[in-house]
Design a protein around this ligand. Structure first.
Ligand code: NOJ
Length: 510
């Protein structure tokens, strides 16, 4: 059962490196984040996802964990983390950390022990072959670096050896079964990491590459079995903890594995990608929220609705404005297009996630790679609080540079403009928090979606929501009674069997 607090939750993702540096120098810190809690609360978000804060050599921005139980020095200490959880709770907010269960850094003590020639407690903690000369068919592996006679499998970058949860159908003597002592020991170690932070006060985890655990498990049912065990045990001790998976397959992640939420991620050709970033495959931007594309929302609806229905009552699909891996929406969508898109994300069922800076319209920047970011680095630039941050960022004093343009948006500036993205997002979150029709569990039904029209109309509880991202007016005959506008971007009417929306409009009717 998903915890009760998720029903109203709106999450805010924080990239700790760049959220707030109290000295306006270097990297962001946990104390910096604590000092911005009032901002997050004022925006209306009541839950935070922190990207990895653990000790790490930072070859993949902290997704290469060197010590699961220690806060990286540059962010502060475990005491700061404890204070962060406590202060968040005092303000009625929840905090989830990032759990990286599929791999560690090659500098983790477990890996160092595992790579020694003599057998020890950690020899089976990672996926190793039994000869320096033997590769792993079809999978990335490394040989020739360790004294152990074997090669080891990678889970992502070169710095991230894969932890061993066993193979679905072991076919080589070096492949562990899922119920082998070494594979079970890895599971227990991950449960221990979860309990460590939950005991210190965190409220759950975003789980990195959650589908990557069991090897040779193409259908992912075996990986789901491992999660049922891990989540079952951890949630027995911490029933109010929440887990969101980086999986993008809620049938399995929520339906089988027991996650409370699953991200609907930006995978080329899926429904979510079609909404916002459908420009890579065809050469032209056919994203639904692009006003010039004028396409139907059908491809999203066809993908989303069956998933939504399959997991209704078990957990949630989480729509995101973006994350630390995606290109920011401002790369391809105008201010107005983004306002309509964000309004949609915030009125859909499930638990929405806002990526820091999206609420002020921060831009995707052309930045050189840092800590394994590559093209993702442009989405990780410093949160633009005010002119002081912009100056510090432009002078190279912060972890990454800031938007160099003269009209770079800032929190300070956005607050002053009545219909800024910030104020629109804030007002809609406030509506959502105050009206159960717009919350995670409230019924959702598509009332109008046609191959020939960009108009989308859906019911949420006793509200009707109409979206027209296109630069043309859109209308449909629809017998859903009359409705009074209670919130809108642009304009629309719902009367006498007809619904009509002006270009680039989003309207909630009651
Ligand atoms: C997904 C994370 O979101 C990404 O940032 C990271 O590089 C990989 N997993 C590897 O952990």
């Amino acid at each position: 059962m998903a915890p009760e607090w998720l029903k109203k939750a709106v999450f805010y993702e924080i990239y700790p490196q760049t959220f707030y540096s109290p000295e306006s120098e270097g990297c962001g810190t946990l104390q910096g984040i604590i000092s911005r809690f009032d901002y997050i609360k004022d925006l209306g978000c009541d839950a935070i996802w922190l990207n990895p804060i653990y000790d790490s050599p930072f070859k993949d921005a902290g997704y290469d964990v060197r010590d699961y139980k220690k806060v990286a020095k540059r962010y502060g200490s475990n005491e700061d983390a404890k204070e962060l959880f406590e202060k968040a709770h005092e303000k009625g907010m929840h905090v989830i950390l990032d759990l990286v269960p599929g791999h560690t850094s090659e500098e983790h003590e477990w890996f160092k022990a595992s790579s020694r020639a003599e057998k020890n407690e950690y020899s089976g903690r990672y996926v190793w072959t039994d000869s320096w000369f033997k590769g792993i068919a079809g999978r990335p592996y490394i040989g020739g670096e360790c004294e152990r006679d074997g090669t080891y499998m990678l889970n992502f970058f070169k710095c991230q050896p894969a932890l061993n949860y066993g193979w679905l159908n072991p076919s080589e003597s070096w492949q562990s079964a899922m119920d082998s002592p070494e594979a079970l020991a890895t599971r227990e170690a991950m449960k221990d990491v979860c309990r460590f932070w939950l005991k210190l006060g965190c409220d759950g985890f975003r789980v990195d590459m959650a589908d990557s655990l069991v090897k040779g498990d193409d259908e992912k049912h075996a990986t789901a079995e491992v999660w049922r065990d891990i989540l079952g045990d951890v949630k027995r001790d911490y029933p109010d903890s929440a887990f969101v998976s980086e999986w993008s397959n809620p049938y399995i992640s929520v339906g089988e594995a027991g996650f409370d939420m699953d991200f609907f991620l930006d995978h080329p050709g899926n429904g979510y990608n079609f909404l916002l970033r459908d420009y890579e495959t065809s050469g032209e931007d056919r994203s639904y929220f692009r006003s010039s594309s004028k396409v139907s929302c059908r491809r999203f609806i066809n993908d989303y609705v069956p998933m939504y229905e399959a997991i209704r009552g078990k957990g949630y699909i989480s729509l995101i404005s973006g994350n630390h891996d995606t290109v920011r929406l401002s790369h391809s969508l105008s201010d107005r297009e983004r306002k309509v898109a964000l309004a949609f994300i915030l009125t859909m069922p499930g638990v929405p996630f806002l990526y820091y800076g999206d609420e002020i319209g921060m831009r995707y920047l052309d930045l050189p790679t840092l800590e394994g970011g590559y093209t993702r680095t442009g989405t990780r630039s410093p949160m633009q609080w005010d002119d002081k941050t912009l100056t510090a960022g432009r002078e190279g004093k912060l972890y990454l540079p800031c938007d160099p343009s003269n009209d770079a948006p800032t929190v300070e500036g956005q607050k002053k403009v009545a219909d800024s993205i910030f104020n629109i997002v804030k007002s809609l979150i406030s509506l959502r928090r105050g009206d159960s029709s717009l919350q995670a569990d409230s019924p959702f039904e598509v009332l109008f979606c046609s191959d020939d029209s960009p108009l989308l109309v859906y019911r949420r509880g006793d509200l009707k929501v109409a979206v027209n991202p296109s630069s043309d007016e859109a209308s449909a005959w629809l017998d859903i009674g009359t409705g009074k506008t209670i919130w809108s971007i642009g304009e629309g009417k719902c009367e006498e069997g007809m619904i009509r929306l002006k270009p680039q409009s989003f309207v909630i009717f009651k």
